[in-house]
Design a protein around this ligand. Structure first.
Ligand code: AMP
Ligand code: MG
Length: 271
């Protein structure tokens, strides 16, 4: 499947019918093949990031959202590996602190938007303010309903000012989440990842899916699109994510800065 077909399948336009997105989709790839494709994609990403960092004329913001155990952390580890750490920032957003709660919900997020040359990954984001806040009734409907428009305007402002915005929903199945939770419970080295509250969120699965659907439908734009990435198989997921990022970095089309015109490079010797 070529890049365009794949991206068209993943990109959200209009109403994202989650039931038409299979979390275990493999797009016809075998595991070995997908792993080799991913390695090639990473090599491309490394070069593009190098140029982005050198050019310092635009930035990329990647928003990662998902249910627990969908693989946000492992996605970041896989896809960011090999990139120049000097040009990458990973920013997690958890339960707001007292100071954060005292401000508007975009305040803490805006402060971490990338500067020119950088790729920033948000591990959760301002979308929690129309997801968990809605599902758990932390704010009344009247309050979260109007946030879709704030978010669209906020992201458009970032885009207008030079930040490319990409939003990815890791679409894990409820069965796969169960499997991964069980592994977290069984394996002592994985228990730290498990919180009691994870089961409360799991019990609200359908409500979360409704909230994700509406959030994506209301905020996926040409300039700041959402993608639904199948997340049950990590190797298929990695290829999808790498292709999405490559596509957006290619849209930025970063170029190495012009060398100093005053220097005659052919006529210089280092002694
Ligand atoms: P994790 O990303 O799994 O480490 O967990 C972070 C937790 O913070 C999740 O349970 C989120 O639902 C929660 N969280 C993130 N943002 C907000 C928010 N704005 N309001 C309430 N809870 C939030
Ligand atoms: Mg968690």
């Amino acid at each position: 499947m070529d890049d365009k077909d794949l991206l068209d399948r993943l990109r959200v336009s209009g109403d994202p019918d989650l039931s038409s997105h299979d979390p275990s989709e493999t797009f016809g790839w075998e595991r070995d093949e997908a792993e080799a494709m991913f390695a090639d994609e990473l090599a491309e990403l490394i070069e593009l990031q190098e140029k982005l960092f050198a050019a310092k004329s635009a930035s990329l913001l990647v928003v990662l959202q998902a249910m627990d155990a969908a693989g946000k952390d492992s996605t970041i580890r896989a896809v960011m590996s090999g990139l120049n750490p000097a040009g990458v920032d990973v920013q997690p957003f958890g339960v707001p602190t007292e100071e954060e709660s005292g401000h508007d919900y975009l305040w803490r997020v805006h402060a971490h938007a990338p500067e020119d040359g950088y790729i920033t990954v948000f591990n959760r984001s301002h979308y929690e303010d129309v997801l968990v806040v809605r599902v758990k009734s932390f704010a009344p409907e009247k309050v979260w309903k109007r946030r879709y428009e704030h978010i669209r305007n906020f992201e458009q402002m970032l885009v207008d000012e030079g930040t490319h915005v990409v939003k990815i929903f890791l679409n894990v199945s409820k069965d796969k989440q169960k499997e991964r939770f069980e592994e977290r419970l069984e394996r002592p080295d994985k228990r730290w990842k498990f919180r009691a509250g994870d089961l409360d969120d799991r019990a609200l699965w359908d409500e979360y899916m409704d909230a994700y659907t509406e959030a994506m439908q209301k905020t996926s734009t040409d300039d700041a699109p959402w993608y639904v990435v199948p997340a049950d198989r990590k190797w298929a997921r990695n290829v999808c994510i790498a292709r999405i990022l490559r596509h957006h970095l290619e849209r930025i089309d970063p170029k190495y800065p012009e060398p100093d015109a005053e220097i005659d490079f052919d006529d210089i010797t280092v002694t």
